[in-house]
Write a protein that binds this ligand. Structure first.
Ligand code: SF4
Length: 87
């Protein structure tokens, strides 16, 4: 299991989640933040921190945002994977 960052993050990238993630598995992409699905330990700490409610457990991603589960995984296999969040 993993947590997934969905559409409300686009253009926001608040990064409150980054500060609480114990394993530093939240990365910054061009448009939004992403959780590395193989690094996430499923602790749930990031979910309540998000001011725009963009983070969901994989099994609870709203149907309208299902594509983000795949996006969070595939982005790490792309030619321009997300990097360490910039401040
Ligand atoms: Fe990090 Fe925990 Fe959120 Fe996974 S669930 S991204 S480990 S804070």
């Amino acid at each position: 299991m993993t947590y997934v960052i969905t559409e409300p993050c686009i253009g926001v990238k608040d990064k409150a989640c980054v500060d609480v993630c114990p394993v530093d598995c939240i990365y910054e992409g061009e448009d939004q933040l992403f959780i590395h699905p193989d690094e996430c330990i499923d602790c749930g700490a990031c979910e309540p921190e998000c001011p725009v409610t963009a983070i969901f457990p994989e099994d609870d991603v709203p149907p309208t945002m299902e594509a983000f589960t795949e996006k969070n995984r595939e982005i790490f296999n792309s030619e321009t994977p997300p990097g360490r969040p910039k401040r």
